[in-house]
Write a protein that binds this ligand. Structure first.
Ligand code: NAD
Length: 268
């Protein structure tokens, strides 16, 4: 029997996190490195900034941190990212499908190319990454797949048709993969955050402030946090807690779940 993996121990584990140059993904990458795990970063951004982040994580935590530039619009690049993790770092223990974008618009005006991009980045990218990762995890006899869905994977809001459709799709994909791998010591779960104050939400606050002619503080309380009973943003630390549970052996019995971290939003 391999040793029990507590949530605080990621030593020797290799974790691939899509969309980890910013926000939630970067917070998860930092949490992994701080617990001894090696990380493959991915995401868009300025190459020099990304290299600075990569080198700083490596130096501060004494782990191996690599970066792969796969665009989540491209299935072949995603498969290459997974192969790179094994080639560079020797294994793949945890795959986190986190990259995502948002666009807010009435259905009849929703730009067709935005629909296609959101479905590709927020949903199909997880399919491509999981498809490539599962043979490695099966060969290793253990694996963890964690999909960052959303409260919008469980309930809808107006003007977010593509995002809500994609996130509901992520939860369906999560359940299916969980069932397929239930005898392989590989779990597949979704984390469903409520609103977290990251760049993706900052842009929505700005847009809503402009459209509604409201100060930012009022937008946050009256519009953004209106659905979140706690009336507070979810913190990245709270998401790290959910992630560590699912990545560890403490979470071995949780499979195919949509774990809410939403301040009570979807309890309503
Ligand atoms: P963010 O904008 O800070 O980060 C998104 C990441 O995805 C960035 O690293 C970005 O470079 C990457 N990305 C975007 N398009 C990409 C592409 N084509 N190829 C590769 N990478 C790409 O946003 P965030 O809040 O950290 O969001 C992370 C995930 O959490 C998303 O899936 C989002 O839907 C989900 N989520 C966020 C919130 C929230 O309130 N912030 C709530 C629920 C779910």
């Amino acid at each position: 029997m391999p040793a029990y993996r507590s949530p605080e121990d990621l030593s020797g584990q290799v974790v691939v996190i899509t969309g980890s140059t910013s926000g939630i993904g970067l917070a998860l990458a930092t949490a992994v490195a701080a617990r001894g795990g090696d990380v493959v970063l991915n995401g868009l951004g300025d190459a020099a900034e990304i290299e600075k982040t990569r080198a700083a994580l490596e130096a501060e935590h004494g782990v191996r941190v690599r970066y792969h530039a796969a665009n989540m619009l491209n299935g072949a690049e995603i498969a290459d990212m997974v192969a790179y993790a094994e080639a560079e770092l020797g294994r793949l223990d945890v795959l986190v499908n986190n990259a995502g974008i948002q666009h807010v618009e009435a259905i009849e005006n929703f730009p067709i190319e935005k629909w296609d991009q959101i479905i590709a980045i927020n949903l199909s990218s997880a399919f491509h990454a999981i498809r490539a990762a599962v043979p490695l995890m099966k060969a290793q006899g253990r694996g963890r797949i964690i999909n960052i869905a959303s409260a919008h994977g469980l309930v809808a809001s107006p003007f977010k048709s593509a995002y809500v459709a994609a996130k509901h799709g992520v939860i369906g994909l999560t359940k299916t993969v969980a069932l397929e791998l239930a005898r392989d010591n590989i779990t597949c779960n979704a984390i469903c955050p409520g609103f977290v104050h990251t760049p993706i939400v900052d842009k929505q606050i700005e847009d809503q402030a402009r459209v509604n002619n409201m100060p930012r503080e009022q937008v946050m309380q009256d519009i953004i946090l209106a659905k979140q009973p706690s009336k507070e943003f979810i913190t990245v630390e709270q998401l790290v807690g959910a992630f560590l549970y699912l990545a560890s052996d403490a979470g071995a019995g949780t499979n195919g779940a949509a774990l809410t971290v939403d301040g009570g939003w979807t309890a309503q």
